[in-house]
Ligand binder design. Structure first.
Ligand SMILES: Nc1ncnc2c1ncn2[C@@H]1O[C@H](COP(=O)(O)OP(=O)(O)O)[C@@H](O)[C@H]1O
Ligand SMILES: [Mg+2]
Length: 270
């Protein structure tokens, strides 16, 4: 766990012992909303089976950048994107890419838990059915596996038919993560997944992410610097649409290269 004393941050979980291969290579990505140049020439490697945190003050382009990684910005009419994000030797920004398939491989979890207003089990099973899975046995097994992966199985196994909205906020968010896992993604994008949760539920999600990074590549937007320091292997600091600095979390928080990074992490603005 992290300790913050006089802005000295200590790290326990996120020492990068061995650098993992690059899974997503982001090169010269620019994103516009009409005339607003929201993300400016971002180049960054995303290492597989690691946690990368995107930090920076509100409005600096974190969510915009995150949404581009599984083409969610396609849903915003004014949004336009240039550059390259190489994933499995394909530029996923190419308009010809099958975005339905892409979003199976690169799943997303949002700030507000958004389970379907359906039963707990249907939340896991609907995306699978949509993807063509028909076998009841498979649907049941995947439901159990996914709920176990997020530590929810024991809490809900006796009430799988109850509405997902009957769960607490933290449980709903874990269910949303389980739903993202059902399609066996490689990458999970999370946009401030704990900012609507109480501290205990947030801590559970952080523990879960540390567990999940053994199997998945995780990119998390957080406005909570301590959270980045606690869980991320790599951190990217954005400011006014620009990527100011990227590095291992430890380096970024202890010996940042740029003055604005140092100012931000020491709480001088934000
Ligand atoms: N859906 C949208 N339509 C138009 N402009 C947007 C939209 N979402 C974000 N923006 C603009 O893009 C910039 C970056 O916003 P955002 O990515 O939400 O930042 P952050 O997540 O870091 O707070 C801001 O200027 C914001 O107003
Ligand atoms: Mg945001």
């Amino acid at each position: 766990m992290i300790e913050m004393k006089n802005n000295i941050v200590s790290f326990t979980n996120n020492t990068v012992t061995q650098e993992r291969p690059v899974q997503l290579s982001v090169e010269h990505v620019n994103i516009f909303y009409g005339e607003n140049h929201a993300v400016k020439d971002v180049t960054i490697p995303i290492h597989e089976k690691s946690i990368t945190a995107l930090i920076g003050p509100s409005g600096c382009g974190k969510s915009t950048f995150l949404r581009t990684i599984n083409r969610m910005n396609d849903l915003i009419p004014s949004a336009r994107c240039e550059g390259t994000i190489n994933y499995k030797e394909v530029n996923i920004l190419n308009p010809k890419v099958d975005v339905v398939q892409l979003r199976k491989e690169i799943g997303m979890v949002f700030q507000q838990p958004n389970p379907f207003p359906k039963s707990i089990s249907e939340n896991i099973q609907l995306p699978l059915r949509f993807a063509g899975v028909r076998s009841k046995k498979v649907l049941k097994q995947v439901t159990e596996d996914c709920l176990k992966q997020v530590g929810l199985w024991d809490e809900v196994k006796d009430r799988l038919d109850r509405s997902a909205t009957s769960l607490s906020g933290g449980q709903q968010q874990r269910l949303c993560i389980a739903r993202a896992l059902a399609l066996k993604p490689d990458v999970i994008l999370l946009d401030e997944p704990t900012s609507a949760l109480d501290p205990v539920s947030s801590a559970k999600i952080e523990e879960l992410l540390l567990e999940l990074k053994n199997s998945y590549t995780i990119i998390i937007v957080t406005h909570n610097m301590q959270q980045a320091a606690r869980i991320a292997d790599y951190t990217a600091f954005f400011y006014q649409g620009e990527l100011v600095e990227f590095g291992t979390t430890k380096t970024l928080f202890t010996t940042p290269e740029k003055k604005s990074t140092a100012d931000y992490i020491s709480g001088r603005f934000g």
